[in-house]
Design a protein around this ligand. Sequence first.
Ligand code: CU
Length: 183
Amino acid sequence: MESVKRARVAKGAAMVAGAVFSVGVACAALVPTSAFKKATLPQVKAMLEKDNGKVSGNTVTYGKNANVVAAAVLPGFPFPSFEIHHVKNPTLDFPAGATVKFTFINTNKGFGHSFDVTKKGPPYAVIPQIAPIVVGTGFSPVPAAGKFGYATFTWHPAAGTYYYVCQIPGHAATGMFGKIVVK
Ligand SMILES: [Cu+2]
């Protein structure tokens, strides 16, 4: 069942990847694919442990110097989804004006993903029109040869409600997003 679902998402992604790629290129704020660095699985696991949020239920709360480490999609986690601080698609809480350092790692063999921040909430279309406002990775390279791509970027959020979203076609529409609350 799961493999059927994956195959369907992959087919949709292949059909419209060209269209979405040009959307990504149009957004100058996104970290380009070429800026991704490579890490091994042990290095990825060490990076994940550096997330400095505090978990309460489905929310991860950060202080003024937030170090957010997000992975997509670690083995054992439902596809497609993000994992942050061992929680699937958690709500992230930041104080307004915090320095938020994001590290986004793609640990999902065979698939690219993105991590973009937007004001637009769900529901999302197959090709999400989210107009990323501040930060984001653009599309990650697909993991290969035991190495995983990661990218970092910093955000100084104003108060408000935001969402982090994967822009790969079909991913946000099937649940690859989470909420961000800044106050
Ligand atoms: Cu994705």
